[in-house]
Design a protein around this ligand. Structure first.
Ligand SMILES: [Zn+2]
Length: 312
């Protein structure tokens, strides 16, 4: 007589194994099917993530505190890029040292600049800069065009999920609209004569133009150019003349220059302090308030308002 108990056990074991093998095969197939989207900065990453949601993996080459103007692709980055299904970058020469790598990738796989939909009349042109000012994300209505670029690119590359990308993009665009209204209110709460934003480099030109605040950076549009003693002296004079009480450091730029301005002003009897640290070209770490695009804008605006209205 056969041992039914043992046979049952054996059958059940076989069934369990079969289920496990099938599940594993399914997972592997699923993992392969998930598109690998590789992006340059974490600002681009968060924007892309908002559009793709769970439909693709988004891998950012640059993390918190990384300066995209000075960033060189590593060997690991080249491997990551060569495995990518889609590549997104900011463009307008923000990733100045990655230009050749991105152009090369663009010849063999879908590669998109988030700034592609922006027209010349929407961009800030600088005579000292080969292309337009690349820091377009600080003009929220303009950054909506970056969202549309991602939505359309992903819908083209992965048409099966086009409806998902459209739905996600619509939600994110509405969130950007809401935040834009809040930023306008916040900046309006700063007395007009105090609306001067002094920062380490010229990352806030679009912010200033959109929200009506004068911006002055110690360094130019790229941190690739050095500042000199004359730049520090000019900024010290401006801070004293305009009776500016707070100037701002940036998380992706050394604060030495900003400190030199503070000391230069102090030597002439004017007290100016660091009003806080702004996120200019990189978000904070994931999971922190400044770790998302919208959170980073909220952090910056709150910091600017607190710094410029202090002592009122
Ligand atoms: Zn910059």
């Amino acid at each position: 007589m056969a041992k039914p108990g043992l046979q049952m056990k054996g059958q059940r074991f076989f069934q369990t194994m079969l289920v496990a093998v099938l599940a594993f095969a399914g997972m592997a197939a699923g993992a392969q099917a998930r598109l690998q989207v590789v992006v340059t900065t974490n600002i681009v990453a968060d924007t892309v993530k908002n559009v793709v949601g769970d439909a693709a993996d988004v891998i950012s080459l640059m993390g918190p505190g990384v300066d995209p103007h000075l960033y060189n692709a590593t060997q690991g980055d080249l491997r990551t890029l060569s495995r990518a299904d889609v590549i997104f970058y900011n463009g307008l020469d923000l990733e100045g040292r990655m230009g050749n790598v991105l152009a090369q990738m663009g010849r063999s796989k879908p590669t998109f600049a988030l700034t592609e939909y922006m027209t010349t009349d929407e961009l800030l042109l600088d005579p000292d800069w080969a292309t337009a000012d690349p820091h377009v994300w600080f003009d929220l209505p303009l950054w909506k065009k970056a969202v549309l670029r991602v939505r359309d690119a992903m819908s083209e590359v992965d048409p099966e999920n086009a409806a998902v990308y459209h739905e996600n993009a619509a939600r994110f665009l509405a969130e950007i609209d809401a935040l834009h209204g809040w930023v306008e209110e916040q900046i309006a709460s700063i007395p007009e004569e105090r609306r001067v934003l002094v920062t380490a480099h010229d990352a806030f030109g679009y912010f200033g133009a959109r929200y009506g605040i004068e911006v002055v950076g110690l360094q130019g549009l790229s941190t690739d150019t050095e500042y000199g003693l004359a730049d520090v002296r000019n900024l010290v004079n401006l801070v004293i003349d305009r009776r500016i009480g707070a100037i701002f450091a940036e998380t992706s730029v050394s604060s030495h220059g900003i400190q030199a301005v503070i000391e230069g002003a102090r030597a002439q009897g004017h007290t100016v302090r660091i009003g806080g640290e702004l996120f200019s070209d990189a978000l904070d770490a994931p999971g922190t308030p400044g770790g998302t695009f919208l959170g980073m804008i909220r952090h910056n605006v709150s910091t600017i308002v607190a710094g410029l209205t202090s002592g009122l």
